[in-house]
Write a protein that binds this ligand. Structure first.
Ligand SMILES: Cc1ncc(COP(=O)(O)O)c(C=O)c1O
Ligand SMILES: N[C@@H](CCCC[NH3+])C(=O)O
Length: 441
């Protein structure tokens, strides 16, 4: 059994996180319930920040808020001194509500709307990561209108195939994101941005994918970016002040996953960068990265109540929980794997093998296949580990199932940071139908 961060078994045999009994939390806040181990998040953030400091490299570590965002989360991100990567007006709005320092907000997205760009400009955010030609011209126009000079990075696709699931690959040539390096698109974009009246071109960005366990892909990508910058310096006289290498550092969901410590990812990439910069007499730019999963992924645990069972002799034992693809769509979307324990009987012997089903009307709504677990019954609690990234963030209301609550735990105390959605919340945006039918009953 592998415990992340402050998770452990207490003397009642219950799973405890951050010094708080998860069964007490389940009783107080209901299930499903997401619990975040804040000490672990702080440690993960510090690991990245410290590594850059130790290497003497000017850097910004931006939390990729798509992994999990809420007002409280953004307040925490601000407190620990990270920057923030947002990808929509909604994430930007949440950051503003959380009073996040605007100069540390970076705005991503492959199809930002005029309204979103206007919002970024009006709020004078730190950087827009420009993804395409339409955005280049729209953003410059909006900046002209507001008499504002916007710092920008250009997102490029370096043509790297990282070793991960196809759906979370983003740096390959055939991608919807960014300017293609190979065909000269990126060079063209650079010339436009460099000469634009109201864009301050800081440099270049790439993100090669997610849940990556080795440094080869990152190093190859960094190499391509710096080759490009060398070329841009020689041909256009442009020298980058910032290079953003994206996120994508892997985490341990199950024993099959073998992530590297944050320090190793960063040290190995920076060693290459420093060598390149020295060899080609470039100025060392500020390095930005934007991890999401590796900051919050293993800090999150979901607690479910066990419900019905279906035992098919010689075939499979199904155990259903009170959530599923509505609070964790990753198994259905990416065949993602998780580990889990019975939160109220952690020490019991795992003498059964069960497949954990969700409660949606959908055969694909399965959370875990063939999980060794003690014989479980209605009213036991299941804890699924490592649900902190892309869990709540991708939660949905399929079957009109309400989204769970979120609590932060630290030093023996729990804090509700997102309330459980109610049935009233579900119908709040609905507008009653005005019948046009002439037939009355
Ligand atoms: C541009 C960009 N940056 C950062 C991230 C964060 O990735 P991860 O959560 O894998 O660190 C993503 C998502 O994959 C992304 O698309
Ligand atoms: N949502 C994905 C990763 C998102 C990638 C964003 N570019 C996951 O759960 O793994």
């Amino acid at each position: 059994m592998y415990f992340h961060g402050t998770s452990k078994v207490n003397n009642k045999g219950h799973l405890e996180i951050g010094g708080v009994d998860t069964i007490e939390l389940a009783n107080q806040y209901g299930t499903p319930l997401y619990i975040y181990d804040i000490a672990l998040f702080r440690e993960r953030a510090r690991d990245f920040q410290k590594t850059f400091q130790n290497l003497g490299v000017q850097a910004q570590v931006a939390y990729a808020s798509k992994a999990f965002s809420s007002v409280a989360m953004f307040q925490l991100v601000k407190e620990v001194g990270l920057s923030l990567d947002v990808v929509s007006g909604g994430e930007l709005y949440t950051a503003l509500v959380a009073d996040f320092p605007v100069e540390r907000i970076h705005f991503h997205g492959n199809n930002k709307s005029e309204e979103e760009l206007e919002m970024a400009v009006k709020n004078k955010i730190g950087c827009v990561v420009v993804d395409n030609f339409l955005e280049l011209s729209m953003l410059n126009e909006i900046c002209e209108k507001h008499d504002y000079m916007m710092p920008v990075l250009l997102r490029v696709t370096p043509g790297i195939n990282a070793h991960t699931h196809d759906y979370i690959l983003t740096g390959q040539e055939d991608s919807k994101f960014g300017f293609d390096l190979q065909s000269g698109q990126a060079h063209e974009a650079m010339k436009i941005a460099f000469s634009a009246s109201n864009l301050d071109l800081l440099g270049i960005h790439c993100h090669i994918g997610s849940q990556i366990f080795e440094t080869t892909g990152f190093k190859l990508a960094a190499g391509k970016l710096f080759e490009t910058l060398k070329d841009w310096k020689e041909t256009e006289g442009f020298e980058a002040r910032v290079v953003n290498l994206g996120g994508g550092f892997g985490i341990r969901y199950t024993k099959e996953d073998t992530p590297l410590p944050a320090s190793v990812y960063v040290e190995e990439i920076i060693a290459d960068v420093k060598a390149f910069v020295t060899d080609h007499a470039l100025n060392m730019p500020e390095i930005w990265i934007e991890p999401g999963r590796s900051l919050v992924g293993d800090a999150g645990t979901t607690i479910y109540s066990v419900g019905s069972k279906k035992e098919i002799p010689n075939i499979r034992h199904y155990l259903a929980v009170d959530g599923g693809m509505t609070d964790n769509i990753r198994p259905a979307l990416y065949q993602a794997k998780y580990e889990a324990v019975l939160a109220n009987r952690v020490n019991d012997v795992a003498d059964d093998k069960v497949s954990i089903a969700g409660k949606c009307c959908e055969s694909g709504d399965m959370l875990i296949w063939d999980l060794p677990l003690p014989k479980a019954n209605h009213k036991d609690y299941l804890a699924v580990f490592c649900t902190g990234a892309y869990g709540y963030a991708m939660a949905n209301n399929y079957n009109r199932i309400t989204r769970p609550a979120v609590v932060f735990v630290e030093d023996g105390e729990a804090q509700l940071v997102i309330r459980r959605e109610s049935f009233e919340d579900l119908v709040r945006l609905d507008v009653p139908y005005q019948s046009k039918s002439k037939v009355t009953k």
